[in-house]
Each structure stands twice: as C-alpha cells, then as structure tokens.
Write a protein that binds this ligand. Structure first.
Ligand SMILES: Cc1cc2nc3c(=O)[nH]c(=O)nc-3n(C[C@H](O)[C@H](O)[C@H](O)COP(=O)(O)OP(=O)(O)OC[C@H]3O[C@@H](n4cnc5c(N)ncnc54)[C@H](O)[C@@H]3O)c2cc1C
Length: 471
C-alpha cells in the first residue's frame, strides 16, 4: 500500500457525524472494496470515501474536503478508464447510493440518481417500452458518461446522452444546490453537456424518453480477418454499408479477436476477426432487413444476429469488458473511413500484443450531427466516425507491451488525413496539460474556461478531463 497521510480520528468522527452516509477510511474493512475501480490497473489510496446518501451529504463532503485541504474526486459508476473517480490521499465523493429512478411514463421523462448504472434506468423504462439516450454498456455509470457526451446504441436516431438531458441538480463547490436546464442556469447547462465534470457534483439527471423496444433487431456478426488485406477489404465494404444506412441504423466495426466466451469452441479463441454490431431503432422486421447486408459480406466466423431485448444489447459490453481486467482506452475522430485510415487500422490489428484488444470504428452522423458544434459543450458533431483503441489485458507483466501498442497505434492513426483533432473524453488520448483539454473540448474550451472561473475558480474539481479557469 502506498503511504497515506491518515486523517486525524476526531476529524473523521466530525465528518461521520455530519453526513448520513458511510465514511470509509483505510482502517475500515470495506476500504479496499470501496476504492476498487472497473480498471484493475488503477490502484489508488484515498484518505476517505464518503458514500453520500443526499445532496446535503455531498455539500458536507465538499465542505470537509475544503477545510482539510484534500483533493476531491467524484465517483459515479467508477468506469472511467483513467480512474479519475479516485484520488490518492484525497476525498472521494462516492455517489453509488443515489440510485432512485423516477419515471413519468406519461410525460416521457425520467429523473435518476447520479449513482445509477445504465441498466438501473433501462430496466425501469423498458417496462413501459421507453428508453433514454445513454452509453452502450449496462454497467457504466450514467453520471460520468452523460457529462462527457454518452455515445449509445441508437445515437444516429436519438442523439447523444447529452441531447436527451432535460435538467440536472448540482451541488457547487460552495455547497449551493442548483438546477441547470435550458431555462435555469442555461450557460451552466450548456457546459455540463460535454465538459460536465468541471463545475460541481451532479446529484440527479432528468432525461427525455423515447419509444423503443423491449425487442430490437441486432446484428452481431464476425468475419475471419487472417491478414491486413482481408481486414481492409471488410472495412471498405462496411464503409459502403454505412454510406446508405438510414438514421435508424447505428453500427460499429471492430478489428479484434474471437473472445474467450464459454459458448465459443476453444479452438476459435483468439482468431483474428472483423466484428460488426448493429442496432435498429424501430420496427424489428424492418430492422432485420436493414441490417442484413452486415451479415452478407462472406462466410461469417460467427453470426449471433437476432432480435433481442434493448437492455440485453447493453449487457454485451459487461461480458466483453469485465471489471478487474487491465485497460488502456483511447480514441480519435475521423471525417471518413479513408483507404489510408482503414490500412492503419488493419496494420494495428496485425501488430496487436494480445487477443483482447480492438480497434473500433463507431459510425456517428445522423442525429449526432444534427446539433451544432457550439450548441452543447460536446464539440465533435461533424465527425463521421469515432475510432477507439480498446486495449485490454489481464497480466501485469504485459502492461508495457499493451501500453506501447496502444500509444503507437493512437499516434499512427492520427497521422491519417481523415483524422480530426479531438478525442472523446470517455476514451482520452496520450497527451497532457493544455493539449489534452484542447483535444477533449475543441473550440468550446474557451467558453468552458469562463464557466469554470464562475463555478470553480480555484479548480477544486480537477480529477477529471480538466478545464483550467480562464482567470
Ligand atoms: C466497458 C465500457 C464501455 C463504455 N462504452 C461507452 C459508450 O458506449 N459510450 C460512451 O459514451 N462511453 C462509453 N464508455 C466510457 C464512459 O462514458 C466513461 O468511462 C464514463 O466516465 C463512465 O461513467 P462513470 O460514472 O462510470 O465514470 P466515473 O469513473 O465514476 O467518473 C468519471 C469522471 O466523471 C466525473 N463525474 C462522475 N460523476 C460525476 C458527477 N455526478 N458530477 C460531477 N462529476 C462527475 C468525475 O470527474 C469522474 O472522475 C465506456 C466505458 C467502459 C468502461
């Protein structure tokens, strides 16, 4: 264990008296469970974790951290790959107890606590045939992902999570409780939708719902990719498919390897593949027709395509990316899948250091691009693709090989003329300081810095993709 500066026991007692939730310190049995994150590579030792139960607890926890001069981290679902939800020697505001889901099915809105996972929300809304725009993994916290954008399974039809956000309740670093929406504190609401971890602690989110499911048409099909030329060929055919796809079709293509799933015969584990996932936001039969070309690009290595519950689509990521593995995830945006970019993706697949890595092209456009780049803080509306480098492994001895591959792949893909300047805050890049903020927030950074000056001038909330105050 790294050296932790322990808090004075009477100080901790004061905090325990002041909040209704649990206060966990290194002396507590639950400490190691409470500090564990999805990314098993992150091993940090906070001075205290406050498992808040209310907005009052959040305000008290912030007050305490300021008084004790402790750095603050905010934990939603604890899934950010950088582990920014936990800080060494600091105070963690852990929101995981805030899991209420209040659905107004008639008004088609749902208010959710900031500790909710995607599955907590969809399991309630889907009972009424309703859904929200959110990230694509069931176990993801809705808190952190919504504040960064939230790129989900039906993004091309229904936009990003930030586009379906109606209002939030937020505790400022001064302990004030505010509502932010289009009509109340609209500038703050603008900043929260993409640059959101910088201005306070959000305690609840209100989303608009739309009709979808419970069953949706899904394509899940993989083709053998024994060499770079085959990979490139399949990606070029994918490019043709998405060029004509309606907004109801949201899809992605991964250069990866057959995962070690128990239902896949062992001799196929680790075989190189190009895998497609596609979801149709609409009628199931129409969807099966619209997705069919993804299944007709040759002889598949496996084809699990079938209608399935929309909630279950989100559980695929739980299987593929379980808690506790080692992860290093990065991204960039592209204006097109040019031959050159495809060639670089194919080459990265050939040089992969292990069988649990992927280079993934997420098709964007549609409703994502219908919103102007300065309408919310999420800046990358014009990008046609997000390309993520999803590096996963298990053995600490393999850290270096995977980190080196991840970084060299990211840098190589950035050399392509099709690549844009930014990255998705949920999957950051290999840069630091001002360049990192610029790449996360693009042309919206200066406006975010003004907001930061207003709401957090001392930059107390900096365990995040940080915006430095303008003054
Ligand atoms: C398996 C997996 C799949 C993913 N798939 C997608 C996807 O499909 N689409 C997508 O968009 N993203 C995806 N992501 C990325 C995801 O959006 C981010 O990891 C996101 O941060 C997860 O939210 P969280 O609440 O779990 O994060 P946390 O790690 O808890 O928080 C991340 C950061 O957000 C801030 N934060 C969290 N909650 C609050 C709050 N209430 N108020 C203020 N600040 C807060 C904090 O600074 C914190 O450090 C995926 C991640 C994983 C691990």
């Amino acid at each position: 264990m790294s050296a932790i500066t322990p808090l004075d026991s009477s100080t901790v007692s004061d905090l325990r008296t002041a909040v209704a939730g649990d206060v966990i310190t290194p002396d507590d049995e639950s400490y190691h469970t409470a500090r564990a994150l999805w990314n098993g590579r992150i091993d940090r030792f906070p001075a205290a974790i406050v498992q808040v139960t209310s907005t009052d607890d959040v305000a008290e926890a912030i007050r305490f951290a300021r008084e004790q001069e402790l750095q603050i981290a905010v934990r939603g679902g604890g899934h950010h790959v950088t582990g920014s939800a936990i800080v060494d020697d600091g105070l963690v505001v852990d929101l995981s107890n805030l899991t209420t889901v209040d659905l107004d099915a008639e008004a088609r809105t749902v208010r959710v606590g900031a500790g909710c996972r995607v599955s907590d929300i969809l399991s309630v809304t889907q009972e009424h045939g309703l859904a929200i725009a959110c990230g694509s993994a069931a176990h993801n916290g809705v808190a952190g992902s919504t504040l960064g954008g939230a790129i989900g399974w039906v993004r091309r039809k229904h936009g990003l999570g930030v586009d379906g956000l109606h209002s939030v309740e937020l505790v400022t670093v001064d302990g004030d409780v505010l509502t932010a929406s289009e009509t109340e504190n609209p500038e703050l609401f603008w900043g929260l939708r993409g640059g959101g971890a910088n201005f306070g602690v959000v305690t609840s989110y209100e989303f608009d719902c739309f009709e979808l499911g419970p069953e949706v048409a899904v394509a899940q099909v993989a083709y053998p990719a024994p060499d770079a030329e085959t990979t490139s060929d399949i990606f070029r055919r994918y490019r043709e498919f998405v060029a004509d796809a309606p907004d109801e079709v949201t899809s992605m293509a991964l250069r990866t390897f057959v995962p070690p799933f128990p239902f896949v015969p062992q001799e196929f584990h680790g075989a190189p593949i190009v895998m497609f996932f596609g979801v149709y936001a609409g009628d199931v039969a129409e969807g099966e027709t619209a997705l069919a070309p993804l299944r007709e690009m040759g002889e598949p290595a496996m084809d699990l395509s079938a209608p399935m519950p929309f909630l279950a689509v989100h559980e695929i990521a739980n299987e593929m990316f379980p808690s506790g593995n080692r992860y290093s995830w990065h991204s960039l945006y592209a204006s097109e899948l040019s031959d050159d970019l495809i060639g670089r993706i194919a080459a990265a697949g050939e040089s992969a250091p292990g069988h649990e890595v992927a280079v993934t092209a997420w098709h964007l456009g549609g409703a994502v691009s219908d919103v102007a780049a300065d309408e919310t803080a999420y800046a990358w509306r014009d990008a046609e693709f997000l390309v993520s480098i999803d590096t996963t492994w298990r053995d600490p001895a393999a850290d270096e090989a995977h980190l080196v591959w991840s970084e060299s792949t990211w840098r190589d893909l950035r050399e392509s003329a099709a690549t844009l300047e930014g990255f998705y805050p949920g999957f950051p890049g290999f840069v630091s300081g001002e360049e990192r903020s610029q790449m996360a927030y693009g042309d919206n950074l200066a406006r975010l810095a003004e907001l930061k000056t207003e709401y957090d001038p001392e930059n107390l909330l900096r365990s995040n993709l940080n915006v430095t105050p303008a003054r």
